[in-house]
Design a protein around this ligand. Structure first.
Ligand code: AP5
Length: 217
């Protein structure tokens, strides 16, 4: 199954992609995670990515297109993929169509997760991530047992640089202006499922699974 997750920052794309990865045993490809990995390694790409991400803007379309094309051609994607965070604008959507055509594949489903702005702000500004193992926490929804310390590995919990409120607001503006219009692109092809992102993680997952059950055999 070739699957796309679309949604505003904080809608739960990464959380749901991880659950779908386990359920369907296909890889979760997150452009945001690939970029953060480059930042961690301190590569040239990482330095550029850090600057752009910390402003809440998008990296150049060609650059992310190359990253996605390369990743999709790896062996573990042969049985399918869950793509989270790409495409994010019309130019990326056209490039993505071309990448799939070149690899003789097609997209089975685009799942859009809907959420209200106020809820997104709370989710993102309260998010904390373990600097050691990458486990996710939330100040109110999923606090660690000891403040600032990961339950799993004892690592320090940090706020993502782009989860500061002023950056979150810019990321939301970018989503509304550039990414949301893509829903129409997939709706016209009859492969769009729109899911309510409010509720427990398991409830949202069940909605997605139901939509996929109807859409993909
Ligand atoms: P990226 O890392 O992809 O960030 P994003 O799309 O803004 O999404 P997030 O990771 O913030 O949120 P999410 O929807 O995955 O939610 P999550 O599951 O984490 O991209 C970052 C940056 O990289 C971009 O701004 C851009 O600069 C660059 N970039 C990425 N892709 C690019 C592209 N294609 N082109 C150019 N540049 C690109 O959940 C959020 C929080 O809510 C967590 O704390 C979680 O625990 C909690 N949560 C999740 N579900 C629930 C629930 N049901 N109930 C309560 N809490 C929940």
């Amino acid at each position: 199954m070739n699957l796309l997750l679309i949604g505003p920052p904080g809608a739960g794309k990464g959380t749901q992609a991880e659950r779908l990865r386990e359920r369907f045993q296909i890889p979760h490809l997150s452009v945001g995670d690939m970029l953060r990995e480059a930042v961690k390694r301190g590569t040239e790409l990482g330095r550029m990515a850090a600057e752009v991400m910390n402003r809440g803007e998008l990296l150049p379309d060609d650059l992310v297109g190359e990253m996605v094309a390369r990743r999709l051609s790896e062996a573990d994607c042969e049985r399918g993929f869950i793509l989270d965070g790409y495409p994010r604008n019309r130019s990326q959507a056209d490039r993505f169509d071309a990448i799939l055509a070149a690899q003789r594949r097609k997209l089975d489903r685009a799942v859009a997760i809907r959420m209200a702005l106020v809820e997104l702000l709370t989710r993102l500004t309260g998010r904390r991530v373990c600097s050691g193992c990458g486990a996710g926490y939330h100040l109110f929804n999923r606090p660690s047992r000891k403040e600032g310390v990961c339950d799993a590995c004892g690592g320090q919990l940090l706020q993502r640089m782009d989860d500061r409120e002023e950056v979150v607001r810019e990321r939301l503006r970018v989503y509304e202006r550039q990414t949301q219009p893509l829903l129409e692109h997939y709706r016209k092809r009859n492969i769009l499922s729109e899911i309510d992102g409010v509720g427990r993680v398991e409830e949202v997952e069940a909605r997605i699974a139901a939509a996929l059950g109807r859409a993909v055999r």
